[in-house]
Design a protein. Structure first.
Length: 364
């Protein structure tokens, strides 16, 4: 599962990527600095790992991760191949969620590709290009499905109805993610299309240092514009995140954050939000060798969760011994949790909860 960072050229995408991944992608004050997408594997900040480690004292700690892709900047006309349009749209189609970076600060020293700062206009520019690309895909699908529908195929007629609803919305500049479809319609007809405007999105407002704590009027305008879009919003000062990233020690970072009034780096909030945006959650395994966070989709069953460790665990699954992390932290040891009768034995139908600590029993 991966999230793609998108936006107009020169709005802070690559700088943000560097903050998140420490991969040092090229970033500079001119458009199209990024051409090929940069990929980073990012650790998901999770205080619960530290709590578990304090109890178990393992040899190593392995956090959950999420994949972030820094994609080339998009310009007006991208859907028709302008700039790096075709490449950009191909790269973004391969991601599972979108982090849409918007410039929400004024600075005459930093070039804006359109000559002035207007995040609503910037958002619309990208939305239109993505909608046009989706419209192209939907129209092709309509032509194909129409042939079957004309022969009386009921399933094709049903699909055609969904496609025409999407086409009508896109022609009105409405993103597909904001449309109301049944779960069945989404799984059967919409998901296979891999429409870009159907992907979950987090709008990342890049603000100045002065606005890092409370945001600004630009952020509020974006917030108002996405109220019916089923999307999320987060603001952070990317230049400040870059400065924090350069500091060597935890103490230096803490002092820096305190000076500007922040409790934690905005990038940490962004990583957690991205993890949630991808509909992911975490379970833990804990032993003397390692304490580890494992990534699973929300709604995964116990055997599916076991399969993340090894496919044999899923095939030979017998049961899972489950402790909630809250109980483990409160009681201070697995033995005390057991004495309190708080360890549960769950079977194949158990749906994992975020933060479960598990021991799997299996037979291969």
């Amino acid at each position: 599962m991966k999230a793609g960072i998108v936006g107009l050229p020169n709005v802070g995408k690559s700088t943000l990527f560097n903050c998140l991944s420490n991969a040092k992608a090229q970033s500079a004050n001119f458009p199209f600095c990024t051409i090929e997408p940069n990929i980073g594997i990012v650790n998901v900040p999770d205080q619960r790992l530290s709590q578990l480690s304090n109890i178990v004292n393992p040899q190593r700690i392995i956090p959950a991760t999420v994949e972030i892709v820094d994609i080339a900047g998009l310009v007006k006309g991208a859907s028709k191949g302008e700039g790096l349009g075709n490449q950009f749209l191909g790269n973004i189609r391969e991601t599972d969620a979108i982090l849409h970076v918007l410039r929400c600060f004024d600075d005459d020293n930093i070039v804006h590709v359109d000559g002035s700062v207007d995040p609503l206009r910037d958002k619309e520019t990208i939305d239109i290009e993505l909608q046009l690309k989706d419209l192209e895909a939907v129209q092709k699908k309509i032509e194909k499905v129409s042939r079957s529908a004309r022969t009386g195929n009921k399933e094709a007629q049903k699909e055609l109805e969904v496609l025409f609803r999407i086409k009508e919305a896109l022609e009105k500049s409405i993103n597909v993610r904001g449309l109301d479809f049944s779960e069945e319609e989404r799984i059967e007809f919409i998901k296979p299309l891999q429409l870009i405007t159907d992907k979950p999105v987090l709008y990342v407002c890049n603000v100045s240092e002065a606005d890092a704590v409370n945001g600004n009027s630009y952020v509020e305008k974006i917030r108002g514009s996405i109220s019916d879009e089923n999307a999320e919003i987060l603001f952070l000062a990317i230049s400040i995140e870059a400065d924090i990233n350069e500091l060597d020690s935890f103490e230096e970072r803490e002092m820096f954050l305190n000076d500007i009034g922040l409790k934690e780096p905005g990038s940490s909030k962004l990583i957690r939000s991205t993890y949630s945006l991808l509909n992911l959650q975490t379970y833990f395994t804990a032993g003397e060798k390692e304490v580890r966070a494992w990534t699973i989709p929300v709604g995964a069953s116990a055997p599916q969760a076991a399969g993340v460790i090894h496919t044999d665990f899923e095939k030979g699954f017998i049961r899972a011994e489950v402790i909630s992390i809250e109980d483990l932290v409160n009681f201070g040891s697995e033995l005390k949790v057991k004495e309190a009768g708080k360890i549960r034995v769950e079977g194949k139908d158990y749906v994992l909860q975020d933060g479960d600590v598990l021991h799997f029993r299996f037979n291969v």
